[in-house]
Design a protein around this ligand. Structure first.
Ligand code: TXA
Ligand code: MG
Length: 329
């Protein structure tokens, strides 16, 4: 593992078949050109990622994006002209020459144009799109700095292109466009509401549904997990009684109850930017668990994405346990 700050060594390494971690505005990715199957295989190996979980293809211009798919519908035109380069991934029917390794055998491909000058320059120079998942071991917290990537893969023979901290901080919104319907497969900071407003400009009515399902195989129930367990506590349970604390300890098989709060910024965009870094910092202080308080005013727009990640990071979610049943823990 080696950290670099310019694209020239990254270009050389990629041509030699090495993996390069790339900065993006969402999180760092672990990249390989879409036409280098051996390198794509390495991504799955070093991440310990199941082969049924498809990768996002990163492009530097619209022609590249269009060259990957069978159609480029109006919805794609509108959304990409509003949000690219930026934290939006669109899923469309793929051309048959796109490797099944990348798409996990699906007939669609996920594409996005990241908003980071170094990565855009890198893709432009290579003249080939880069397939890249987030640069973390499968199931763990995504990296938002080059140092996070280095900690994740200390022994691996990869280069890390340091482009500074990711400014969005949360993975892109993934939206599938199919037969005039849009399905949000993974919520992100580009919310359903803003996409709906833009699409209302089309004469036909477009329906956007939120549905994380089998259609996006990476959406396993637990994901984004830091080293220490995360617990979600509804506001209504505060202050925590000793009894509740003891039950938490028991249900997570902990030996004591040193806990730290993950405080969320009141602005969702600032909150997202520091979320993963804060989870890592809190874990480093070695508490028995980390808790985060659910607030009723954080349930729309970009907050949906933040709470989607927190729900998956959580080992215990007291929102889903009726108060009276805490005894059953
Ligand atoms: O912001 C991001 O999207 C970051 C940066 C690096 O671009 N990437 C990222 O990749 O989060 P990854 O692999 O950690 O998550 C990609 C998600 C997975 O849940 C995967 O299942 C879904 O996108 N996906 C990829 N291709 C798909 C397809 N053809 N159909 C449905 N879902 C797909
Ligand atoms: Mg990921």
């Amino acid at each position: 593992m080696k950290i670099i700050r310019t694209i020239e060594p990254a270009i050389r390494a990629i041509k030699q078949g090495k993996l390069v971690a790339i900065p993006t505005e969402t999180v760092y990715g672990l990249a390989a050109p879409i036409d280098q199957e051996a390198s794509i295989r390495k991504i799955f190996e070093i991440k310990n990622r199941p082969s049924f979980d498809p990768l996002i293809v990163h492009v530097s211009d619209l022609d590249q994006a269009r060259s990957l798919v069978l159609e480029w519908p109006d919805e794609a035109k509108i959304l990409t002209s509003a949000f690219w380069p930026g934290p939006l991934t669109i899923v469309l029917p793929k051309k048959s020459n796109i490797s099944d390794l990348i798409t996990a055998g699906l007939s669609s491909v996920a594409i996005r144009m990241p908003r980071h000058p170094l990565t855009l320059e890198l893709i432009e120079n290579l003249k080939t799109p880069l397939a890249a998942p987030s640069a973390n071991i499968f199931g763990k917290v995504s990296p938002t700095t080059a140092d996070h990537v280095a900690l994740e893969f200390p022994e691996s023979d990869i280069l890390i292109l340091d482009g500074g901290p990711s400014e969005v901080g949360l993975e892109s919104t993934v939206v599938e466009i199919k037969s005039g319907k849009l399905r949000i497969l993974r919520p992100g900071m580009i919310s359903k509401e803003v996409m709906q407003i833009l699409l209302n400009g089309l004469s036909r009515k477009i329906e956007i549904i939120e549905e994380e399902s089998q259609a996006s195989p990476g959406h396993t129930k637990s994901h984004y997990q830091p080293e220490k367990p995360v617990i979600i506590i509804p506001e209504t349970l505060l202050p925590l009684s000793t009894e509740t604390k003891n039950k938490i300890i028991k249900s997570l098989h902990l030996s004591s109850s040193k806990s730290l709060e993950l405080a969320l910024d009141h602005d969702p965009f600032l909150c997202a930017r520091s979320l993963y870094g804060n989870l890592r910092k809190l874990s480093d202080q070695k508490p028995d668990y980390i808790y985060v308080i659910e607030r009723k005013d954080q349930q729309t727009g970009p907050w949906i994405a933040i709470w989607n990640r927190l729900s998956k990071a959580a080992s215990l979610d007291l929102r889903s346990i009726p108060m009276g049943s805490l005894n059953a823990l």
